[in-house]
Ligand binder design. Structure first.
Ligand code: ZN
Length: 549
């Protein structure tokens, strides 16, 4: 029996016979296995592991009883893994109404009404992205604009730039601080009408008055957030996510999903710093769920801030703010102690470092703690490795530290990164190809929801270093572009290496997990401009489809 894609939905409902094998054929399967890089067929067992790859006729002869799945004129690649992301944050962002580009207050209300249908009763309706400059009247809105449609449910909407919020009267009633009189908070403003009453718009720090009374999400809402994030991920071809900064409560929720068979991808969670999660891991040891979909073997640390807000720690002054060198989120001594603690508990450190000083602190600390193990098979990682002193680039290779980088950060930051750090320091900024040439292991990700969850945009940025509109032509600092094969490796075997799973994930070869994506065209030969629109036809994990278009 030869199943057409339409029959796949049926296939996954059928109880598989014990020992059943599946023979999948496609126009091309990029295996990532240097011994047989491109084949037309693959057999995987009922245990979800690849048994063989090769020629279709040959495999059909050797596996005569395998059920057949032909995905037709499609390209199969190993499952894409986002090596740095935040699932819960993505889920909560998907639980907020999207108001970007709403052309009028009526359109805002229509979008909110449609969104409200997805919310449990009584929950706050949160949204973001409104901009009164897009509306005919161009004046700030008021609580009254929302009250007719939402008399009881609190509504709280963040402006497009994040610097103002718009509340309805139900939200205003929830504010605990007395808003009467004419007082204004430091660094912010409560807009008031002629009678002195708050209109519903809160600027900058004044927004905290409303933020403070938005209820913390309950378990049901948190579960809904995780569910949404997981679905968004598999829809875009992700079979794995390295989730950076997971609390004990988040881990418990993920564990419940794993127990209930609700994880459609593999979460590799990193504990949120020197916290309760780290203490728990030290007590119980690195955690692995028996189903293989969830594990926590590492800890995420923060050394410095971000470049956009000039929080990244630099060795010299910011080029656009003399006298300022950024900030350290964790002092070097405390960071050293935390890395020692993680290491002592058998855990893998993954440390956020954006500025060249932040990166140097991580390298110095890792070298000190690793001692004679530096350069060995420890798999310690630096998250972002965004602006690195040119002299420090080879140290990543010497210490054998993985650079966990996000291609879309470069194409988002390129309009202003040069202003922050100047031309000379750009030589070690977003330096993917420099790292690759030095032999530094590269793991690629998105940092979603800071950037899009869509790994096709990551592949596009990695290969072109252009924005979606094709700017600048030829790419920004094009010498740092990756080849399509390197970009795909970064999202597959590179990510698997970063979690010490490169003998099991990231390739399609015998013994590896049958995690793969069926694409409408070949990302290795497609015109790079078409990568963002690459069709994701289906996403498979352990030999089972978890998403089908
Ligand atoms: Zn992050």
């Amino acid at each position: 029996m030869r199943l057409r894609p339409l029959a796949l939905a049926l296939l996954c409902l059928l109880p598989a016979a014990a020992g059943a094998e599946t023979l999948l054929t496609a126009a091309r399967i990029h295996t990532g296995d240097p011994a047989a890089p491109t084949v037309q067929a693959m057999v995987f067992g009922n245990d979800g592991r690849v048994l063989a790859t090769g020629d279709a006729a040959d495999l059909a002869r050797r596996h005569p009883h395998a059920r057949r799945v032909d995905v037709g004129d499609a390209t199969v690649v190993p499952g894409l893994v986002d090596a740095h992301a935040h699932l819960m944050n993505l889920g909560f962002s998907l639980l907020r109404a999207d108001l970007v580009d709403a052309a009028s207050k009526d359109e805002v209300i229509a979008r909110l009404k449609a969104f409200e249908a997805t919310l449990p009763p009584g929950a706050w309706l949160l949204g973001r992205g409104w901009d009164q400059n897009d509306w005919p009247e161009k004046a700030f809105p008021t609580a009254a604009d929302l009250d007719a449609a939402f008399p009881d449910r609190p509504v709280w909407l963040e402006r497009v730039d994040g610097h103002a919020g718009w509340a309805n009267s139900a939200a205003l009633r929830a504010v605990t601080r007395d808003l009467s009189g004419d007082w204004q908070p430091e660094g912010g403003r409560i807009l008031r009408d002629a009678g002195g009453r708050p209109t519903g718009v809160f600027i900058d720090t004044a927004s905290a008055l409303v933020d403070a009374v938005v209820p913390a999400p309950d378990e049901a809402l948190r579960a809904q957030a995780l569910e949404r994030a997981l679905q968004a991920a598999v829809r875009h071809g992700l079979t794995g996510v390295h989730d950076m900064g997971v609390s004990l409560a988040d881990l418990a929720l993920m564990r419940r999903f794993a127990d209930e068979g609700r994880l459609p991808l593999r979460i590799r969670a990193y504990a949120d710093g020197d916290s309760a999660a780290l203490a728990a891991l030290c007590a119980m040891g690195p955690y692995t769920h028996p189903g293989g979909r969830l594990a926590m073997h590492g800890v995420k640390f923060y050394v410095d801030g971000a470049l956009g807000s000039r929080g990244a720690a630099l060795i010299e002054d910011y080029s656009d703010e003399p006298g300022h060198r950024g900030l350290l989120v964790t002092e070097p001594a405390a960071f050293l102690a935390a890395v020692r603690k993680a290491d002592g508990c058998g855990l893998q450190p993954a440390s956020h470092a954006i500025g060249d000083r932040g990166n140097r602190i991580v390298l110095d600390t890792y070298a000190q703690v690793l001692g004679t193990r530096a350069g060995g098979d420890h798999r310690w990682r630096v998250e972002h490795a965004q602006v690195v002193a040119v002299d420090d680039l080879p140290r990543f290779a010497e210490l054998r530290v993985t650079a966990s980088m996000q291609p879309t950060h470069a194409t988002s930051d390129m309009p202003w990164a040069g202003e922050r750090v100047g031309e000379a320091r750009l030589a070690g900024a977003y330096a993917w190809q420099s790292f690759a040439k030095l032999g530094v292991p590269l793991a690629l990700g998105s940092d979603f929801p800071v950037e899009s969850v869509d790994p096709r945009l990551g592949l596009y940025s990695a290969v072109t270093r252009m924005d979606r509109a094709g700017r600048p032509p030829g790419g920004w600092r094009p010498q740092e572009r990756l080849t399509p094969a390197q970009a795909l490796q970064g999202f597959t075997i590179g990510a698997a290496f970063a979690t010490r799973e490169d003998k099991e994930l990231g390739r399609l070869k015998p013994g590896y997990r049958a995690d793969f994506v069926v694409l409408g065209s070949d990302p290795l030969t497609a015109d790079p401009a078409t990568l963002p629109a690459l069709e994701v036809r289906s996403t498979w994990i352990d030999g089972t489809p978890v998403f089908q278009k």
